[in-house]
Design a protein around this ligand. Structure first.
Ligand SMILES: Cc1cc2nc3c(=O)[nH]c(=O)nc-3n(C[C@H](O)[C@H](O)[C@H](O)COP(=O)(O)O)c2cc1C
Ligand SMILES: O=C(O)C(=O)c1ccccc1
Length: 424
């Protein structure tokens, strides 16, 4: 995704020009360009429970709104007569050059958006050369997604997001598997040591994992599977309701995919719920992860500057400023609001940001405030819902094209040029 392909002159047409030229022949973009219309189109397409899970946040969703408001509050300040015809969008991430300062955030249970789930996202990411962070809660095992990406572009960049569970054998096994599939970094998520209070899901009584969804990393893990034998289950209901029958059908379907019986799947859902996270994880535990792997370790969910300093002291390699898209604590601060202080505290550690990035101008704002790159979350899930791989590709291309134009209009030559000079 060089700048010449994303926008501006050069061998390929800019995305913007392409859209207008296509419009002459009556062809419209596959997915709406504006973020609100993108979300609305996905809402219309998806069933209610799936959309609730993807779009919903914690509590009254105040933090979800605060994330967007934090972007609104930052105002860019352009410079004149110093722009360049082609911009360099690339950034360096742990020794690898990325074509644009965007990564695909780890999103669990992408099968809720589209049956091709992580495979479609992986192919889109690989074609553009943008890193895809595989979720611990993915719908497809990391080995399959890596292979699908390699089929598009050998060695296409992938990272792995880790939830630290109570069975450390499983946690360690995930890290080993991530190394084996060529992950370039381990992202340890720190803000979901407990599942947030999410009214949209609570009102529907809907948690996908209990139906066997979003468990692909676990169901394909020998250590997790070894733990299933010890799980005791309540007796199955003798006269199951239609809803319970649908749950059993979903569990059985996921079991078939991974060679597990229905009773094993019931055990797996229970075992996962009891073990996927550790509310009592401590800073000292990180020393073990540091010993397990020499891959860069990136802590996701950092908001407090003192936590950034602690991470640096503990030998971590990078930080992601994030509040999990407002899905965890209702009332916590908007993610972008904390970025400058975290960047200052982080010293040499690269700082990424997510939660509320919706447009290319948002990407520019995060970079002017010191982020090396941003993670895109919900918008690509909506693209996936609307048009599978092609939908993800379009969402990414649109955001990167707007970022490139914003860079040019600000009078910046490269993504690395953005800084305080471009803030009002
Ligand atoms: C449906 C959904 C599932 C998610 N699953 C995970 C996950 O498995 N692991 C993780 O670290 N973050 C997860 N996140 C958080 C994202 O990585 C990211 O922090 C968040 O989506 C950013 O907010 P935004 O999408 O509103 O910009 C999830 C977010 C959503 C919306
Ligand atoms: O949905 C999420 O945001 C998420 O990351 C998660 C992960 C594990 C269990 C429940 C939710």
């Amino acid at each position: 995704m060089s700048s010449s392909k994303a926008a501006g002159p050069g061998p390929g047409r800019s995305r913007q020009t392409q859209i207008f030229v296509d419009g002459l022949g009556g062809t419209r973009p596959l997915v709406p360009v504006a973020p609100e219309r993108l979300q609305e189109a996905a809402r219309r397409k998806l069933d209610g429970a799936a959309f609730a899970y993807l779009a919903g946040g914690a509590g009254a969703e105040r933090t979800m709104r605060a994330n967007l408001e934090a972007f609104s509050a930052v105002k860019l300040l352009p410079r004149r007569l110093r722009g360049s015809a082609a911009r360099d969008l690339s950034v360096d991430l742990f020794g690898h050059t990325s074509p644009a300062p965007v990564l695909l955030a780890p999103l669990g249970v992408l099968e809720l958006a589209h049956p091709e789930a992580d495979l479609a996202v992986g192919r889109a990411a690989a074609a553009l050369g943008v890193p895809f962070i595989f979720s611990s809660q993915a719908s497809e095992p990391m080995e399959r997604v890596a292979a699908a990406m390699d089929a598009v572009q050998a060695g296409a960049p992938r990272w792995f997001q880790l939830y630290w569970g109570t069975d450390e054998q499983v946690t360690r096994s995930f890290v080993r598997r991530a190394e084996a599939i060529g992950a370039q970094a381990i992202v340890l998520t720190l803000d979901t040591t407990l599942l947030g209070w999410r009214p949209r899901d609570l009102d529907l009584g809907h948690l996908p994992f209990l139906r066997g969804q979003g468990l692909a990393q676990y169901l394909t893990d020998e250590h997790f599977r070894a733990g299933l034998a010890g799980v005791t289950l309540p007796a199955a209901s003798p006269r199951p309701s239609p809803a319970l029958l649908r749950t059993a059908a979903s569990l059985a379907a996921h079991g078939r995919k991974f060679g597990l019986s229905l009773p094993q799947m019931r055990a797996a859902a229970a075992h996962f719920t009891a073990s996927y996270t550790r509310p009592d994880l401590q800073w000292d535990d990180l020393s073990r992860l540091r010993e397990w792997t020499s891959l860069p370790i990136v802590l996701k969910g950092i908001l407090h500057p003192d936590d950034a300093r602690e991470a640096a002291r503990r030998g971590m390699d990078g930080l992601i400023v994030s509040n999990h898209g407002g899905r965890q604590i209702d009332g916590e601060v908007g993610s972008l609001t904390m970025l400058p202080r975290v960047v200052e505290a982080a010293g040499d550690l690269p700082v990424l940001l997510d939660s509320g990035v919706r447009t290319g101008a948002d990407v520019a704002k995060a970079l002017t405030l010191g982020a090396r790159a941003v993670l895109l979350g919900r918008p690509y899930a909506y693209g996936l819902a609307l048009a599978a791989e092609a939908g993800v590709t379009e969402v990414l291309r649109n955001i990167v094209a707007e970022f490139d134009l914003t860079l040019g209009l600000l009078g910046a030559h490269s993504a690395r040029d953005l800084g305080p000079d471009h803030l009002a």
